[in-house]
Design a protein around this ligand. Sequence first.
Ligand code: SR1
Ligand code: MG
Length: 401
Amino acid sequence: MKFNKYFTMSEADAIEYAKERLVFFQDNEELICKEIGDGNLNYIFKIYSVNSEKSIIIKQSGPVARISDEFKLSPDRNRIEYEILKSQSKLAPGLVPEVYNYDPIMNCTAMEDLSDHVIMRTEMINHKQFKQFAHDISTFMVNTLLLTTDVCMDHKAKKDQVKNFINPELCEISEDLVYTEPFTDVNNRNQVFGPNVQWVKDNLYSDEALKLETAKLKFEFMNNAQSLIHGDLHTGSIFIKEDSTKIIDPEFAFYGPMGYDVGNVIANLMFALANAHVLDNEKQKKWLEETIVDVIDLFKEKFLKLWDEKAIEYTAKYKGFKEYYLDTVLRDTAAVAGLEGIRRIVGIAHVKDITIIEDEQKRVRAERLCMISGKNFIMRREELKTGRDFLNIMKEAKEEI
Ligand code: SR1
Ligand code: MG
């Protein structure tokens, strides 16, 4: 009876839930639970057995965000996450956790415990390198993004998916926090690092040309139902180990521009690069620079190949169309790399790659590297065609800080 009406679970409740509602542990097993979530929105319970090697994750959505009660959010995001993970495991096998159960009353999903992996952002802060990352993330993005477009899907089936994954509240968060608030000093929830307050006023809030571009981009985000995007593909949404990458947390998913995902990956590699740059770790810098170039170039290569194999739309096969289409994706990628690059410095949701930098001057420089690159990514988005072009934006910014 206890789980027939929604409530936000404690660790003890989660153990009871696992015993009562999941077919996973044996009845006589002794279970331990730890709430391990450090994200902005949900509660993550890790439950493991004292008697066996077995463990499981239960992710529960509450009616408000963890980061602030001000964000009232439909727990339907848990359904979206469950359904997307199911779909992504078919499109990109091995690159997402296995999901076992979804409970629409308790708004929770039971899924594979990935404790042998580590959150990628943590590993970036520890200056760790992962040879397979560019390969895995480019495969994940090309498969999940291109295969859910009108290029590769029956158009009516795609429109059904657009309906099924309408996600207005989570989209509103991105519309506000990514596209609007970082560029205005009116009605924002920004949290700017003290020594950069004046720089932000002079270079972001007062830059009318930049603001105009962000308005255009916001309307593209709201109106381009291109493919089923992850919607929050930062390094905190990636579990990694040497030979495996798992993409988690697709609760922001909806039909939007695919450059949103690719741009998020690039921006979050940039945060790691800014960290390695000001903390002077040459080896880490080199790996990150190569990875940024590879993510873009492998994405392009795999995208064109998969297009040839899977495009079913008649007009998509016209000569020159796939190159035109890919160019628009790279343009959107650059723009979002810029928006994410700025909002994680100026907005309410910061990233640890930057906030853990203790030395004030070093943090100021890392933040400016991201913000200057961010502005150039947005303003010069039509020019960027290769991985090297993307990296050069960051290298140029380095000269200015
Ligand atoms: C209120 S949520 C703040 C941020 O956390 C999520 O991970 C998204 O990136 C969102 O913008
Ligand atoms: Mg998340």
